[in-house]
Design a protein around this ligand. Structure first.
Ligand SMILES: Nc1ncnc2c1ncn2[C@@H]1O[C@H](COP(=O)(O)OP(=O)(O)OP(=O)(O)O)[C@@H](O)[C@H]1O
Ligand SMILES: [Mg+2]
Length: 471
């Protein structure tokens, strides 16, 4: 089969079976492609839409409100917009959609809208906000803590010099309202630090809310952060965001480096001006929230590679805390092992005293990509395997935890690959992976991705074409 035939089949199958809605119109506004997923979303049948003028099918739209027509007229894409609307079957639907002009050379020949159904996500995020609201009300009523775990600095185990320094900075930070930026790999204790800072300071009796910025699409995150005002256009209901909910308290923004640059700009404005405005709202609401942000990559590298806005970085990193990964503080290994053995002896009713020499050796030669969390999970897993009389944790007890002692580090892996591939092949492979990752990060916007890679748009286009041909 020819490559073009394969491509055709591929496109047909994606259109038919993919769960992303696709609607393509030509420049005369006639629908030329309308797939099952889009029909399902909009509550229509494909035949009702195909070949028809878009304003005929959607009489409530006009030249200014139809995104497809707007894009044809302006030639500019509209990316990642969230909409909540009632579809033709009367269901309330929330979508994230992008509308892109289709060019043939310099001439616009049509426009394509791709839409993803995020109704369930929207419901979940609404539920989350409601639960947080309830917790806050409960707290007000009963003075109970809103948190399940309340960490303090004394819960953070370790005598390693860098860790002790980080704890000292954290303790001092808890006495001020300044923003804190915590940098550490996964499982190093960023959340423990953030909670400790909150619980040690004057805000301890107010709300602490943690929000992960990577798990939720950007357009929903904005509503979660700032709240929404009743709006016909967005279909939103009136609700306060977590900035308002955490007023007087602390807001932990986890994985800030995953937040889109445009939302980062909005966050910066809020931090500088000290008030928020709900989406669709007109009122400025003053807020007093202590921000603790975390990132799992070096924040300066994040700034350099375009994941973190430089101005926001300066604003957040008034106080910087770096938590070292476990492999850089193996001097704490013994202390941590003892601590977790004690913890799980109590929880699981066991009487373990130590780990075997062999396991100790394995542990000190391991990289610990999941850091303290990983260590804790290994020990908990192994302690589930022993009897209540056992005194020592042996290698056999760790079989369920996927524990593979370090055999090679990343460098060795690369050198290992060189025995299979030539240097140009390996470099080509790395380049492809980086390009595809950057394209994903910048929503396939070639101009912006190229700018962040420091290469010309045409160069990137050329490279993408080559990647496409080899795949
Ligand atoms: N220094 C420590 N002493 C005791 N326990 C620790 C320590 N650091 C981490 N832990 C344990 O590891 C778990 C993970 O820590 P935490 O959730 O704070 O990590 P994190 O850096 O926020 O990770 P992620 O980036 O994956 O969110 C904690 O729940 C705690 O049980
Ligand atoms: Mg965390």
């Amino acid at each position: 089969m020819k490559k073009t035939q394969i491509n055709d089949l591929l496109v047909q199958n994606i259109l038919r079976y993919g769960n992303i809605g696709i609607h393509v119109i030509d420049k005369d506004r006639k629908t030329i492609i309308y797939n099952e997923a889009m029909a399902e979303l909009e509550g229509l049948e494909i035949f009702q839409v195909l070949e028809k003028d878009i304003l005929e099918i959607f009489p409530s739209l006009n030249e200014d409100t139809s995104t497809l027509i707007k894009v044809i007229n302006s030639g500019q894409p509209i990316l990642n917009s969230t909409q909540t609307y009632f579809n033709f079957r009367g269901h309330s639907i929330t979508t994230i959609s992008s509308t892109i002009p289709l060019y043939s050379g310099e001439v616009i020949v049509g426009a394509m809208e791709i839409a993803q159904d995020v109704t369930n996500l929207r419901k979940l995020s609404d539920q989350l906000l409601e639960l947080q609201q309830e917790l806050k009300v409960n707290k007000r009523d009963s003075k109970r803590s809103t948190q399940i775990k309340r960490y303090t600095f004394s819960s953070i185990i370790g005598n390693n010099k860098t860790l002790v320094l980080a704890k000292e900075i954290g303790e001092r930070a808890s006495e001020t309202p300044s923003s804190v930026l915590i940098h550490g790999e996964t499982g190093t204790g960023k959340e423990m630090f953030a909670q400790s800072i909150h619980n040690h300071g004057v805000r301890r009796n107010n709300t602490f809310i943690a929000q992960n910025c990577a798990a939720i699409p950007d357009s929903l995150l904005e509503g979660i952060l700032f709240g929404t005002e009743k709006g016909g256009f967005t279909g939103a209901i009136e609700r306060e965001g977590i900035f308002e909910q955490a007023n007087g308290g602390t807001l932990l923004l986890d994985e800030i480096n995953s937040m889109s640059l445009s939302l980062q700009a909005k966050l910066l404005r809020v931090l500088q001006e000290g008030y928020i405005r709900r989406i669709g709202g007109l009122k400025d609401i003053p807020i007093d929230v202590r921000i603790i942000a975390t990132t799992n990559e070096d924040p300066r590298a994040g700034v350099d590679n375009g994941a973190i806005r430089r101005d926001l970085y300066y604003r957040l990193s008034v106080i910087n805390i770096h938590i070292p990964p476990l492999r850089e503080r193996l001097d704490d290994l013994q202390l941590l092992i003892e601590y977790f053995i004690k913890k799980y002896n109590k929880l699981l009713n066991k009487s373990i005293e130590k780990i075997s020499d062999q396991v100790r050796n394995d542990f000190s030669n391991y990289d610990w990509p999941g850091n303290i969390r990983e260590l804790e999970n290994f020990i908990e897993g192994a302690m589930n395997m022993v009897s209540s009389k056992d005194k020592v944790l042996n290698r056999e007890n760790f079989i369920t935890s996927n524990f593979i002692p370090k055999t090679s580090n990343a460098e060795n892996n690369m050198i290992g690959q060189l025995t299979k591939n030539s240097l140009p092949e390996l470099l080509q492979d790395i380049e492809e992976k980086l390009i595809l990752e950057m394209m994903g990060r910048y929503n396939n916007n070639i101009t912006i991705a190229a700018r962040h890679m420091g290469i010309k748009r045409q160069t990137l286009q050329h490279k993408l074409k080559k990647i496409d041909e080899t795949q």
